[in-house]
Design a protein around this ligand. Structure first.
Ligand code: NAD
Length: 451
């Protein structure tokens, strides 16, 4: 199929590239000309494992990047919309979706043939059959279902393993306004469904809701683990790592015939809270959508409440060790919201730096991939931050080391810290407490606390 993808960010770029490898001709479109230029020079615009090779292999063959939406739609039968859907502080911000719908409509008006529009962005229930359908109909004078098809196909890829996730989907959800749209959209994924990947065909609102249900569920597991950690910390010598490991061994979670724990176990772990471009904004968007419609959602609300101040456990630890923080040089390892990505959106690391920058002397920071992105969002704090080229430098020049992201690169931390007595605050419980002179791992009972 000839496919155009509107929005060439984490989702649009990875989806477009992967679809080009299963036989489709894909044109990715972005209105950010610098992204288009970079990609057309073969330079990836995001850090994602496997992306440089995939781009090199497919660019100019059956994968193209442009800022000319007109040309892309004219050359395709189906357009995937993968623009951002941020949270504006009160509700989901659909301005990019609305603009994309308008842009598509203006072009559909002129091409004079059936074309299918698929929303891949995460949008609150009712968006595809509401704002998207109404905007396209209004600006094209065409009729959905008759002149153009419309559907919703949520994306479940995770940054850091996005290409692997896209190539090995666990399910494909296709919502559509009619059977023709569903069948058109399902055809994109024929290669996967033929290999046995389940296809969930449904209406657009169900598809929209599946995505939110999924993200809220995993965010809920994280907040649950963090709340259990708070309880464990108030008890004598109980650590949430042991407690949650005890839970995971339940045969309803871990199949006893398998040696490794289920992937879900990774979310049942205490830490500094969840960040990123999806969980926070999606739970907030669903909760605010429900509140607007008078639907009570105490569970969704508490996921956010628990997460909101979670990084404050780090401040509590610092305050336990130091009565005065004003002379401290804080080393922060990891700035992206999780390992294997350069994405710093709603990163807890960034939140922590912003929160305590008025309290401490300096920050020495390093991230293997997110330095550029971090510099863009830490403008106000810039005068207090030294950006390092490696973790060794950070360790050498800091009093406290806070490990925020579980990058593999940080595995050498015990070696670099040998013979030093810096306080290590490990928010990912990457290490054992006995590997350091002074260690506080979130999830471990603190040796330095009066219970
Ligand atoms: P992103 O911000 O990385 O990318 C969005 C891109 O759209 C940007 O490059 C922007 O320039 C472009 N854009 C915006 N308006 C445009 C327009 N009118 N014409 C052309 N280009 C336009 O966003 P993302 O992380 O890829 O997320 C996209 C959507 O997918 C969101 O709704 C998100 O919630 C959802 N999602 C994201 C992930 C993830 O891990 N990032 C996973 C699943 C779903």
């Amino acid at each position: 199929m000839n496919i155009s993808v509107l929005g060439t960010g984490y989702v649009g770029l990875v989806s477009g590239l992967c679809l080009s490898t299963v036989g489709h001709n894909v044109i990715c479109v972005d209105n950010d000309k610098s992204k288009v230029e970079k990609l057309n020079s073969g330079i990836p615009t995001i850090h994602e494992y496997g992306l440089p090779g995939l781009l090199k292999e497919n660019l100019g063959k059956n994968f193209f990047v442009t800022s000319d939406l007109n040309d892309a739609i004219a050359k395709s039968e189906l357009t995937i919309v993968a623009v951002g859907t941020p949270f504006d502080g009160k509700k989901i911000d659909l301005k990019y979706i609305e603009q994309a719908s308008k842009d598509i409509a203006e072009i559909l008006k002129t091409i004079g043939r059936y074309h299918v529009v698929v929303v891949k962005s995460t949008v609150v229930p009712g968006t595809t059959t509401g704002i998207v359908k109404e905007t396209i109909e209004k600006y094209s004078n065409l009729k959905a279902g008759q002149d153009f098809g419309l559907g919703m196909n949520p994306e479940f890829l995770r940054e850091g393993v996005a290409i692997n996730d896209f190539n090995n989907p666990d399910r494909i959800v296709v919502g559509g306004i009619d059977d023709k749209s569903i069948s058109f959209i399902s055809n994109i994924y024929q290669k996967y469904t033929q290999d046995g990947v389940p296809l969930v065909a449904c209406n657009c609102q169900t598809a929209e809701m599946i995505k939110y249900t999924s993200n809220s569920f995993f965010a809920m597991l994280i907040s649950y683990a963090n709340e259990i950690d708070v309880v464990c910390n108030s008890l004598k010598e109980v650590n949430s790592i042991d407690v949650l490991n005890g839970l995971i061994l339940d045969k309803r979670i871990k199949d006893p015939s398998l040696s490794s724990p289920p992937e879900m176990a990774g979310y049942l772990k205490a830490g500094a809270g969840f960040g990123g471009s999806c969980f926070p904004k999606d739970v907030k968007a669903l909760a605010s959508f429900c509140s607007y419609h008078g639907i009570s959602t105490p569970i969704l609300d508490s996921i956010l409440e628990t997460n909101k101040n979670r990084h404050k456990v780090i401040i509590d630890i610092l305050s336990r060790y130091y009565s005065d923080l004003s002379n401290l040089k804080i080393g922060v390892l990891g700035l992206s919201f999780k390992a294997e990505t350069d994405d710093v959106r709603e990163s807890k690391s960034i939140e922590l730096i912003k929160d305590i920058s008025g309290l401490v002397k300096r920050f020495n920071v390093f991230d293997p991939q997110a330095m550029n992105e971090a510099q863009k969002v830490l403008v106000e704090q810039k005068s207090k931050i030294n950006f390092y080229e490696d973790s060794e430098g950070v360790i050498k020049d800091s009093d406290v080391i806070i490990l925020m992201t579980a990058w593999k690169d940080f595995i050498n931390l015990p070696k670099y810290l040998a013979g030093r007595d810096n306080l290590v605050i490990d928010t990912r419980a990457m290490f054992n407490p006995d590997m350091f002179e002074k260690y506080e791992g979130i999830g471990y009972a603190s040796p330095n606390k009066n219970h």
